[in-house]
Design a protein around this ligand. Structure first.
Ligand SMILES: CSC[C@H]1O[C@H](OP(=O)(O)O)[C@H](O)[C@@H]1O
Ligand code: ADE
Length: 291
C-alpha cells in the first residue's frame, strides 16, 4: 500500500478548489519548464491533494501552449498517484447535453503542435495507451458524480483538437458521424499520454458545455454560451472533486490495470547508449525504473 495523493488538473472554469486543510500554493520547478501555475496543496478527508489550474489562474495559457510535460512532471514530483482532469467539452451526442458530465475512456488525438512524450532520442520508450484512462479511478469519479446528483455518462470518446478556433461544421459532422467521437476538447491530449508515461492513473471528467457545430437546432458553438454553461456548472466539478478523497481513501493498492507499472518494459534504449542529460530529466517521471 502507498499513500494516495490525488492530483487534479482543473480546466476552463475551474481555477481553484475550496475546503483544503493546510492549503498552500506551492511553486514546483521541473526539468520540463514552468508548470501552468503554482499548485494548491492540502488535505481533504485525510487524503493529500494537489490542484493545478491547467490554463493558469486568470486563464493565461492557450490549449496549444499549456506546458503539459511540466504539469505532469510537477504532479508526479509532488507524489501524485492519481490524476483527475476536469475539462469543458463540446458534445456530439443528443443524449450528452450541456450540463451533463462524461467520464471519458478513449481519445482520438488530432493535436499536432505539442510535445507529446518525456522520452526521445537518448532514451526511447514506447508505452501502451490502448486503454488511456484508469477504470478504477473512473469508478471513483462516477460514484462521486452520482453522489453529487450530477447527470453522468460512463464512457465516451474525446476528440482532442489543436484549436484554438472551434471546428468547422464539416469537421464537426465528420468527427461525429464517421469517426464516432462523443465529445470534443482541446487539452486532454497529450496530457493523458504523459500521465501514462509517468505511471499515473488518469481519469478525465468532461463537462458538456455545448453541441459543437453539428446540431441542426443549436447552430455553431460560441464562447459566450460556453462561459454561461460553465458558470452554471463549475460548482458541480468542484463538488465532484471534493467527494473523491473519501471514496479513494488515504491508502492505495497497486493499480489492478497496470497504470503504475506502465514503464516496466517500455524503455528500449540499451543502458550504455542512454543520454545522461535526458536520464537526469526523467528523475521524477521514470525514477522507479531508471533507479
Ligand atoms: C473555454 S472553451 C475552449 C477551451 O475549454 C476547454 O478547456 P479545458 O479542456 O482545459 O477545460 C477546451 O479544451 C478549450 O481549451
Ligand atoms: N465545442 C468545443 N470544441 C472544442 N473545445 C471545446 N471546449 C468546450 N466546447 C468545445
Amino acid at each position: 500500500m502507498t499513500e494516495t495523493l490525488i492530483g487534479v488538473v482543473g480546466g476552463s472554469g475551474l481555477y481553484e478548489i475550496d475546503g483544503l486543510q493546510d492549503a498552500a500554493w506551492v511553486t514546483v520547478e521541473t526539468p520540463w519548464g514552468v508548470p501552468s501555475d503554482q499548485i494548491l496543496t492540502g488535505e481533504l478527508d485525510g487524503v493529500k491533494m494537489a490542484f493545478l489550474p491547467r490554463h493558469g489562474r486568470g486563464h493565461v495559457h492557450a490549449p496549444s501552449d499549456v506546458p503539459y510535460r511540466a504539469n505532469i512532471d510537477a504532479l508526479k514530483r509532488l507524489g501524485a498517484t492519481d490524476v483527475i482532469s476536469v475539462s469543458a467539452c463540446g458534445s456530439f451526442r443528443e443524449e450528452m447535453a450541456p450540463g451533463d458530465f462524461v467520464i471519458v475512456d478513449q481519445f482520438i488525438d488530432r493535436t499536432v503542435a505539442r510535445d507529446k512524450s518525456f522520452f526521445g532520442s537518448g532514451c526511447v520508450a514506447h508505452v501502451s495507451v490502448a486503454h488511456p484512462t484508469c477504470p478504477r479511478l473512473g469508478d471513483a469519479c462516477e460514484t462521486a458524480a452520482r453522489d453529487a446528483g450530477i447527470t453522468v455518462h460512463r464512457g465516451g470518446t474525446y476528440l482532442a483538437m489543436e484549436g484554438p478556433q472551434f471546428s468547422t461544421v464539416a469537421e464537426s459532422k465528420m468527427y461525429r458521424e464517421q469517426w464516432g467521437a462523443d465529445v470534443i476538447g482541446m487539452t486532454n491530449m497529450p496530457e493523458a499520454k504523459l500521465a501514462r508515461e509517468a505511471e499515473l492513473c488518469y481519469a478525465s471528467v468532461a463537462m458538456v458545455t455545448d453541441f459543437d457545430s453539428w446540431h441542426p437546432d443549436h447552430g455553431a458553438v460560441d464562447i459566450t454560451a460556453i462561459i454561461a454553461t460553465l458558470q452554471g456548472n463549475s460548482s458541480n466539478g468542484a463538488e465532484l472533486v471534493r467527494r473523491l478523497p473519501a471514496i479513494l481513501g488515504p491508502e492505495r493498492s497497486t493499480c489492478p490495470h497496470g497504470c503504475d507499472t506502465a514503464l516496466e518494459y517500455a524503455i528500449i534504449t540499451a543502458p550504455e547508449k542512454r543520454d545522461p542529460a535526458l536520464l537526469a530529466k526523467l528523475d521524477a517521471v521514470a525514477g522507479r525504473v531508471l533507479g
